[in-house]
Design a protein around this ligand. Structure first.
Ligand code: NCD
Length: 314
């Protein structure tokens, strides 16, 4: 059940929870995302301590489509944090003004503390290089819509797997659906670190590492690409050395399965050339679109009894 829960860690949710969420997203999708009054009178606060375009705006669009309203900020500039206010006090304050708080923050492990301070549910909209559960839900839903199923497919994840939070939660999300093996394609320096590999093994999922996409492209059903996370490196020089160290090309795609789907959480910064946009492989703009029904489902199921009603419990 989603009602009144924080959404911080994707593995707190069962496959059944996620399937019910997707059922609700389907209902919004079938209604062509028509404006509703489900969240009339409710206020969503957005507290974005890190840059965002898609995540913040799609949460806001979802809230508006459900009849609710939005307050908040998209950078610390212009807020009391410039006067030295702590993020904890900021969250406490937003909690008194709103019914749900959507937070993005560079610090890892801060979300649980925010949730402890806030009476209302906290939704993790991106946490350092660690977690991004709502993006993973969008990614899984996109696969379901574009491939018809999540299980029984060959997955490849390409790029800066070491630093990208989207990839980590995507892999955890796949493990919830029983995927047992994922191919990672990245330069050695961008491969997942040992502790992540170990924790995934513990979840029953093994990560096979390849340096070159050409060696595996023909076996994949889904390829998830992610940009170099320049802002996560300790020095810009180190990041610069890896810039351009991986990219997909139309030539590489010549050996792909016909029904391969390419996902990317965006933004892209050179690893995914725009020529790919016009191929049948490109699913990343659909992924952007599916973020609306998924985030509508998240907000409505956390803030109302809609899930209990769907299940015939009330
Ligand atoms: C991602 C993020 O913020 O982690 N963007 C997103 O939420 N769609 C991906 C990225 O920044 O590379």
């Amino acid at each position: 059940m989603w009602r009144n829960r924080d959404l911080i860690e994707i593995t707190d949710f069962t496959r059944r929870d996620i399937e019910r969420l997707f059922k609700q997203a389907d209902i919004f999708l079938e209604a062509k995302l028509a404006p509703l009054k489900i969240l009339e009178g409710k206020i969503m606060a957005v507290a974005f301590f890190e840059p965002s375009t898609r995540t913040r705006l799609s949460f806001e669009a979802a809230m508006h489509r459900l009849g609710g309203s939005v307050i908040g900020f998209s950078s610390s500039r212009g807020t009391s944090m410039e006067k030295g206010e702590s993020p904890e006090d900021t969250i406490r304050m937003l909690d008194t003004y709103s019914d749900v708080i959507v937070v993005r923050h560079p610090g890892e492990g801060v979300m649980e503390e925010f949730a402890r301070l806030a009476e209302h549910p906290v939704i993790n909209a991106g946490e350092g290089q660690a977690r991004h559960p709502t993006q993973a839900l969008v990614d899984l839903y996109t696969i379901l819509k574009e491939k018809g199923r999540i299980e029984g497919l060959e997955y490849g994840v390409m790029g800066d797997v070491r630093h990208a939070r989207t990839v980590k939660d995507f892999i955890k999300g796949l493990s919830i659906f029983g995927i047992r093996e994922i191919t990672i394609i990245s330069p050695g320096k961008l491969a997942p670190d040992e502790s992540f590999v170990k924790s995934m093994e513990w979840r029953g999922i093994s990560l096979k590492h390849y340096e070159k996409i050409e060696d595996v492209i023909n076996s994949l059903d889904v390829l998830y690409l992610v940009r170099l996370q320049v802002e996560r490196f300790s020095s810009l020089r180190e990041a610069e050395e890896l810039r351009g160290s991986y990219a997909l090309t139309l030539k590489t795609l010549e050996s792909a399965k016909k029904d391969l789907k390419i996902l990317h959480p965006l933004p892209r910064t050179g690893e995914l050339p725009s020529e790919v946009d016009n191929t049948p492989y490109a699913a990343y703009f659909k992924q952007v679109f599916y973020s609306i029904p998924v985030r509508m489902a998240i907000l409505s199921m956390i803030l109302t009894d809609i899930e209990r009603a769907q299940e015939g419990l009330i």
